[in-house]
Design a protein around this ligand. Sequence first.
Ligand SMILES: Nc1ncnc2c1ncn2[C@@H]1O[C@H](COP(=O)(O)OP(=O)(O)OP(=O)(O)O)[C@@H](O)[C@H]1O
Length: 284
Amino acid sequence: MTDAPRSTAPVALVCDGLRYAFGETTAVDDLELTVRAGEVFGLLGPNGAGKTTAIRCITTLLPVPVGMVRVFGHDPAKERMAVRRLLGYVPQQLSADAGLTGRENVELFARVFDVTRRERAERVARVLAAVDLTAAADRLAKTYSGGMIRRLELAQALVSAPRLLMLDEPTIGLDPIARTSVWEHINAVRAATGMTVLVTTHYMDEADQYCDRVALMHRGRVHALGTPHELRSELAERRRAEGEAEPKPTLEDVFRDVAGSGLDEQGGDFRDVRSTRRTASRVG
Ligand SMILES: Nc1ncnc2c1ncn2[C@@H]1O[C@H](COP(=O)(O)OP(=O)(O)OP(=O)(O)O)[C@@H](O)[C@H]1O
């Protein structure tokens, strides 16, 4: 396993030996990551792999009891507010208020993040446009589709102009078209701003397509790390050496290979029961 981003871009995020336990359950076990500025980095794994717990430690929502985390050089334990100012966070749980319009939801976040009154209206309009919600901005969020809600949450997180955007399962429960749309908007904003993105998902196909590098997590530990192409090529090489004629492994094959049979024992598959949950119905 390597953690050597080729880029010479500054380091956006470092986790070194991060460990977090809920009582007897070790949720994150010795996590080592270095994410470079401008990367889209995917933290992948089935339910219970430890992705959300890791994100909560990075975003200061949980303490860092063992190990070290730095966000653009800042320590979440000692410089909580400095870290929060650098971050945009879209949690798995709904963060939009159904009873407010799209614009009001984003304005609320702008206030919470101290965007000055002078800048606020322009900034809110800009992020709503960036996620293609200008036309729907003055409708109540409860009238939005699941994909629109996710894009609204993205706008909420973007209004503070974060340098590191953390997205916890941003496309869960969305249909394929809405999933693609969410990713296209993430990519467009990233291209326009140079923002760094850390995303968790258990959709291996999305990670393969949209992430520059991925870490495959299982039972709190990172089992493989690299570009999707590198990880697939390494497994293809091994399969070829074992006599397979034309191995074309997917990222999910790589995951099964590194995680072994334990993946099924855990009951953790890449299909989440919650993936059938419609984001829109959470709102409506
Ligand atoms: N508040 C909590 N109390 C006790 N155990 C918890 C708590 N939150 C998470 N865990 C446990 O920690 C482990 C990691 O959970 P976590 O939610 O970080 O995984 P995940 O990869 O984000 O999974 P999911 O995709 O289901 O969100 C699991 O075994 C989970 O049951």
